[in-house]
Each structure stands twice: as structure tokens, then as C-alpha cells.
Design a protein around this ligand. Structure first.
Ligand SMILES: C[S@@+](CC[C@H](N)C(=O)[O-])C[C@H]1O[C@@H](n2cnc3c(N)ncnc32)[C@H](O)[C@@H]1O
Length: 227
């Protein structure tokens, strides 16, 4: 078991009864056994046949950004975490078609994965792109980026490890900064908001936000080293 209290919890997502296309259903049936991470695995690093820097993407949506990054950064291992079945099916298809051996998928609440399946200081990077903004005040409690989750991330990243956030919802960007200020283990890299780094492709939700005229911001921070 772990030390985190198991009270909770307000989840950051609502399970939508997403319709699976036949291709997505087949991908889940046939490919999840190959690329999926079982919930009883206690160290994500052991899901791979090789040792390599480990990047986790939380809430990958349709997974197209993840597939692109994994192809581009072939020297790293990637774990994608997502609860939305059609998105997982779509990613699995892309991973299989592109023959990406460096991707594994956990179809589970990321907070549970962090608590139960990640060893302290074992992650090199965590990327969270366009998490649900939950714009209504009464829903703010559902926002994924909050001090308790940031504390978990701080515990699981290695010293010097990178946390990369992006959003198209400015009030959420400000909220993220305030949450980060409450977790001094993280330090911002440069300005609070930075332009999209080259390793992040545009995502599906980003494009939707842009069509609505939303400004896009990226936030990069590091876990401070002990010294
Ligand atoms: C707004 S979408 C963004 C998807 C993608 N990153 C993009 O930019 O297109 C947020 C995604 O996060 C997923 N999500 C939210 N909370 C999660 C959690 N606790 N664990 C895993 N996935 C989560 C949702 O299912 C949803 O697909």
C-alpha cells in the first residue's frame, strides 16, 4: 500500500460512455494485452524491456501527440495514462501501426497510477497537455492540477525532473501557477508562461481552443535537486 490517504475523491474526469468505433474496439481487445499496463504493476519502469528515461503523459486524449513524441524521442520510454476508452483505442492503433516499441498505456485514473504504480523518484518527465479546465467555479475542485496532485508528482519525479503543463484556458493557467507556488519542490524554468517547446506537437484540444480564439500557454518547471 502507499502513504497517500485514500479519501477522495473528486475525480478530474467524468466517465463518458464513449462510443467505440469497430477499429477502436478491436485495438482495445487485441492490443491492450500487448501495450497495456496491468493495475497490479508497481513500478512503471518495469513495463519496458529496456532501461531508458521515462516520460509520462497524463490525459493523452486521442493520443496523437503521444504517438508523435514517442516516435520523435525514440531514446525515451513513454507511458500514456488516459481513462477515455475511444482515445486509448485510437492511440493503440497508432502505436501498433507505427511499430512504436517505447509506448505503454495505463487505462486508469492517473492519480491512482501515481499512488500505486510509480516508485518515488522514478520519472524523468511528466507532460500534462490541456487538462480539462472545468471553467465553472463549482467544478474547480475537479481540476487535476492542484497542490495534492503536484505533491504526488514531486514525490515521483526524480530531482531535476521536468513537469510540462499546457492549457488554452488562461484562468486555469493562473490557477496552475498558484498551485505550483504552494509546492516549493517545483521551480519554474524561466518565465511563468513560455512558448510551445519543439518537443510538444499541437494537440487536438489545443486546436479546438485556438479555433475559439484562446491563447495557448505552456508552463515548464523542474523538481529542485536536494542540494
Ligand atoms: C481536455 S482533454 C485533453 C486531451 C489531450 N491532452 C489533448 O490536448 O488533446 C483531457 C483528457 O484528460 C483525461 N483525464 C482527465 N483526468 C484524468 C485522470 N485523472 N486520469 C487519466 N486521464 C484523465 C480525460 O479523459 C481527457 O481525455
Amino acid at each position: 500500500m502507499n502513504d497517500q490517504p485514500r479519501l477522495r475523491r473528486i475525480r478530474s474526469f467524468v466517465r463518458r460512455p464513449g462510443r467505440l468505433t469497430p477499429g477502436q474496439k478491436r485495438a482495445l481487445d487485441e492490443l491492450l494485452p500487448r501495450y497495456g499496463i496491468e493495475p497490479d504493476l508497481t513500478d512503471l519502469r518495469t513495463a519496458f524491456e529496456r532501461e531508458a528515461p521515462l516520460v509520462v503523459e497524463i490525459g493523452f486524449g486521442n493520443g496523437q501527440a503521444l504517438a508523435w513524441m514517442a516516435a520523435n524521442e525514440a531514446e525515451k520510454n513513454f507511458v500514456g495514462i488516459e481513462v477515455h476508452e475511444p482515445g486509448v483505442g485510437r492511440l493503440l492503433k497508432s502505436v501498433d501501426e507505427a511499430g512504436l516499441g517505447n509506448v505503454r498505456v495505463a487505462m486508469r485514473d492517473a492519480v491512482e497510477v501515481l499512488d500505486e504504480q510509480v516508485v518515488p523518484a522514478s520519472l524523468d518527465e511528466v507532460r500534462i497537455y490541456f487538462p480539462d479546465p472545468w471553467p465553472k467555479k463549482r467544478h474547480h475542485k475537479r481540476r487535476l492540477i492542484q497542490p495534492p496532485v503536484l505533491e504526488r508528482l514531486a514525490a515521483k519525479l526524480r530531482p531535476g525532473g521536468l513537469l510540462h503543463l499546457a492549457t488554452d484556458w488562461k484562468p486555469y493557467a493562473e490557477w496552475m501557477l498558484e498551485a505550483l507556488e504552494q509546492v516549493p519542490a517545483f521551480e519554474l524554468m524561466g518565465d511563468a508562461f513560455v512558448p510551445r517547446p519543439a518537443w510538444r506537437p499541437q494537440t487536438h484540444f489545443e486546436q479546438r481552443g485556438q479555433k475559439k480564439g484562446h491563447e495557448i500557454v505552456d508552463i515548464l518547471c523542474r523538481l529542485r535537486s536536494a542540494d
